[in-house]
Design a protein around this ligand. Structure first.
Ligand code: IMP
Length: 429
């Protein structure tokens, strides 16, 4: 049984927690896209772990964790993450495999990311400044440096030389900043290769064998559907396929091996960075949600924009991912709100639209059409059975199911591993 768990909104849906919860039943956990722009939080017995590139399965003993070819890896940041995990008593040895094919983020990617954002006021995306976009540009431009290249001095030198010719030209003549020294970078990155050598392997035969042996594989998505390079609110997106198809292209596992696709969604909506967000609450109520839900980026600390649950996004997400179930998180945050709103359609210049628009001007003009449902006062954080939920909470969840056309498989009512319960047999066919 192989399951993809991905963000059904704009990221930060609480995927880390859901993955951690499901990892118990998995033999292997695979990350398939993104990089250290992600920040997956898992709380175990009050202790908070923040993971960036290493799959959340690392927090469970005996699970194999794979960093797939679809990521872009900052080796320095990866070494820091491994150090952080070791310091916190988490084993990261033979249980971690990094695909040889994974592309590398270099310092010029990070600098170009920052410079690009600061130079273009109107086109600002609000990136995490981790060099994600420029690294994926090089991958697609076929000039990227891969993890396997860090183990081959000749190739690394040649590729660095070629890349720096162009990058340094742009840095000097367009951005008017200091260029990079080829020899310094070569030495530094060859050094990272030496330190990471034990992890860099051919992950494809390993994963294929797991599929043939019918082991449970969990695919850990990063970011979210609306940040996907193809299906998201382009250009206000990340540079990879965070949707379910990315699980295959970013790991080397064929689509016929995927059995279930769980979309993680908050009981409301948040977004960081720029770009349209129709159900956004830019008022005191939105600020209250931010405070109550502690909506600040794990990675960058940026305050998240908050709004009502958007079923247009939910339906779209169900469609482009082929969602087989939903995991609804942060349901507890909505306790004590008299009336809850759900965005069921957009009014775009007088026209009612139920399909997510591609034109950013239309999306920016979209006024949410709301359905109002009754809220509940009860604290949900100690509940561990669906039947114990207040009647209005169940009605709210039923609305989400009806509007998205997807059944809820998992509910999360607090940050702890224990504050999660499943509504169907996830690891059974
Ligand atoms: P980048 O991935 O750093 O290039 O950023 C592109 C967009 O994706 C920006 O709006 C970021 O705020 C957003 N983004 C990237 N990673 C995450 C994440 O893990 N959670 C939420 N938003 C993200």
């Amino acid at each position: 049984m192989n399951i993809v768990v991905l963000g059904a909104q704009w990221g930060d849906e609480g995927k880390g927690k859901i993955i951690d919860f499901l990892a118990e039943g998995a033999a292997v956990v695979v990350r398939y896209q993104g990089g250290n722009n992600a920040g997956h939080t898992v709380v175990i017995d009050g202790k908070k772990f923040a993971l960036r590139m290493v799959p959340s399965g690392i927090l469970h003993k005996g699970k194999k964790c794979v960093i797939g070819n679809g990521l872009v890896i900052d080796p320095k940041a990866l070494l820091e993450e491994l150090k952080y995990l070791k310091k916190n008593g988490i084993y990261t040895g033979s249980n971690l495999l990094v695909s040889e094919n994974t592309n590398v983020i270099l310092p010029y990617h990070k600098l170009l990311d920052t410079l690009n954002e600061s130079k273009s006021k109107k086109g600002k995306i609000g990136t995490t400044s981790r060099g994600i976009g420029p690294a994926y540009m090089d991958k697609m431009g076929r000039t990227g440096i891969r993890m396997v290249d860090l183990l081959n001095a000749r190739v690394l030198k040649e590729k660095l030389e070629r890349n720096l010719q162009f990058k340094n030209y742009v840095l000097k003549n367009y951005y008017r900043v200091k260029p990079f020294n080829k020899n310094v970078l070569f030495k530094e990155y060859l050094g990272y290769g030496k330190k990471l050598k034990r992890y860099i392997v051919n992950t494809f035969p390993f994963l294929y064998e797991q599929v043939l042996l019918d082991k449970n594989i969990l695919f850990e998505g990063a970011q979210g559907t609306m940040l996907d390079i193809d299906f998201g609110t382009y250009p206000f997106v990340t540079s990879s396929n965070s949707t379910s198809g990315g699980a295959c292209t970013g790991s080397g596992v064929g689509p016929n091996a995927i059995n279930k696709i769980i979309g993680v969604t908050k009981a409301y909506t948040t977004r960081v960075g720029e770009g349209p967000f129709p159900s956004e609450l830019s008022d005191d109520f939105g600020a209250m949600l931010r405070k109550k839900g502690n909506e600040y980026g794990v990675n960058t600390g940026r305050p998240r924009r908050c709004g009502w649950f958007d079923a247009v996004v939910g339906r779209y997400s169900a469609m482009v991912n082929g969602l087989t179930g939903l995991a609804v998180t942060k349901l507890d945050v909505l306790s004590g709100i008299k009336e809850l709103k759900i965005c069921v359609a957009y009014n775009i210049n007088g026209k009612i639209v139920k399909d997510f628009p591609a034109d950013m001007d239309n999306l920016a003009a979209a006024k949410p059409v709301y359905k109002t449902v009754k809220g509940w006062d009860e604290d949900l954080t100690r509940i561990n059975k669906y039947s114990e939920l207040p009647g209005n909470t169940k009605k709210y969840l039923k609305e989400i199911e009806k509007l998205t056309g997807v059944n809820i498989s998992i509910l999360s009512i607090g940050p702890e591993r224990s504050q999660t319960f499943i509504l169907d047999k996830i690891w059974k066919r």
